[in-house]
Ligand binder design. Structure first.
Ligand SMILES: NC(=O)c1ccc[n+]([C@@H]2O[C@H](COP(=O)([O-])OP(=O)(O)OC[C@H]3O[C@@H](n4cnc5c(N)ncnc54)[C@H](OP(=O)(O)O)[C@@H]3O)[C@@H](O)[C@H]2O)c1
Length: 384
């Protein structure tokens, strides 16, 4: 789709965006403002106790970032007033009813004005406690659906999800919707309301002892998630959030984006921007631990394809989806991944990491670096 077509669709629109202090949504905010300066308003819901703290978070964690440098150059001394004219911080918490928005007048304005909701708030910590992940990832979607249901002019509710809700299947397959009361393989029963009760330790018909047993299993072993066909609490709670969304599909204009792992920007707003290192198991953790010399062994098949997408590609694809979906009102699940078009084998990643750290930052070694990169390359690409 032509960028002009996308920009046209965003013209004069009002957005409610959650998770804007996170990696992807802040790039999305920057791109919307760069692509479509006359966008009407971006309400950014951030975790904060009051309006002043929300504004401070948006200022220090979004507006002041390097990624806004081209807009800063464009608007010069007017940048700040232009930014605040377009961006309205909202103090809230997606784990709470009504998204925890305490300002009733502001909540009414949001319901009246919002055209498009982009829900990116989530915890992507694979080792977070089950009740906390449930509250944010699953209940968060329930709460956003309740808000979406009250919006007077809603054109789209876009939910950020993960490609890994597809369980362990491999090969080409349909991005099928997930249904409540069914595990991934359809073999065992799954009752989300019971799960949500377990998260709070008060499931009906389940003894407190059983709640704690399941809670412990989920918290410590991920067994509970695996029982239903998902590999971790994170993916399980994202899958359940999709189930809640799917129940509303006939009532609300919902689209779900399932994406694979995301890494630094490819081109926009400039190459190589990334923020923060996520929890265990994500690609950025592999790379930094390898660079520090902590990751010396990576068991696996060197020809395995890992699917990673640059963050700006995710942002561009998201904007295309918004533009297409609001126009066509069709389709429910969109997939953003790289392995079909541009597969990356683990061995290629290893060679790239080796090249990068030896050619560019290996000089750190003599200056108190904690270790040295594992020598994958001299083993003919075989993993140690
Ligand atoms: N990163 C990946 O590789 C990846 C891959 C596939 C799918 N996804 C999905 O893509 C979406 C965005 O991911 P990301 O990488 O941008 O995540 P991220 O950088 O960890 O950002 C998460 C955002 O959610 C916010 N948040 C968490 N709990 C909240 C709450 N209770 N109320 C309000 N906001 C809350 C965080 O706010 P605070 O600043 O207050 O913590 C932060 O802004 C998520 O839905 C994630 O599941 C990510």
């Amino acid at each position: 789709m032509e960028p002009a077509g996308v920009a046209e669709r965003l013209h004069n629109k009002t957005f409610l965006i959650t998770g804007a202090t996170g990696f992807i949504a802040k790039l999305l905010v920057e791109k919307i403002l760069r692509l479509q300066p006359p966008v009407k308003m971006l309400y950014l819901l951030v975790r904060a106790g009051d309006q002043a703290s929300a504004t401070e978070r948006v200022r220090s964690e979004i507006m002041q970032l390097q990624i806004f440098r081209s807009l800063r150059e464009k608007y010069q001394k007017h940048f700040s007033s232009w930014f605040w004219d377009k961006v309205y911080p909202v103090a809230g918490d997606v784990a709470l009813k009504n998204l925890g928005i305490g300002d009733v007048a502001l909540a009414k304005d949001i319901l009246k004005e919002t055209d498009i909701i982009i829900h990116m708030a989530a915890t992507v910590n694979f080792r977070e406690r089950y009740d906390k992940v449930l509250a944010i990832n699953t209940m968060g979607v329930k709460h956003i659906i309740e808000i979406a249901s009250q919006c007077a002019n809603l054109e789209l509710l876009l939910l950020g999800s993960t490609a890994y809700v597809n369980g362990k299947e491999s090969g080409i397959m349909l991005e099928k919707p997930l249904h409540q009361y069914r595990s991934y393989d359809g073999q065992s029963d799954l009752d989300i309301s019971e799960e949500l009760g377990i998260g709070r330790g008060e499931a009906q018909g389940v003894s407190l002892q059983e709640c704690f047993r399941r809670y412990y299993k989920m918290h410590h072993e991920d067994d509970w998630a695996r029982k239903f066909g998902w590999m971790s609490t994170y993916v399980f709670t994202k899958a359940m959030s999709e189930m809640l969304a799917y129940e509303q599909i006939l009532r609300l204009p919902i689209a779900i984006i399932r994406r694979t792992s995301t890494t630094s920007t490819w081109k926009e707003p400039f190459p190589g921007w990334i923020e923060g290192i996520k929890s265990v198991s994500t690609i950025d953790t592999w790379i930094t631990n390898y660079g520090k010399g902590h990751l010396k062994v990576l068991p696996g098949d060197v020809t395995t394809v890992i699917d990673i997408v640059p963050a700006d590609t995710v942002v561009n694809a998201t904007l295309c989806i918004i533009s297409y979906h609001t126009r066509a009102q069709s389709g429910l699940i969109y997939h953003i991944g790289s392995s079909m078009r541009n597969p990356l084998e683990i061995v290629e990643l290893l060679h790239t990491m080796f090249r990068y750290f030896t050619e560019t930052v290996y000089w750190c070694k003599g200056r108190g670096n904690q270790g040295e990169p594992a020598d994958f390359a001299s083993n003919n690409g075989q993993l140690l």
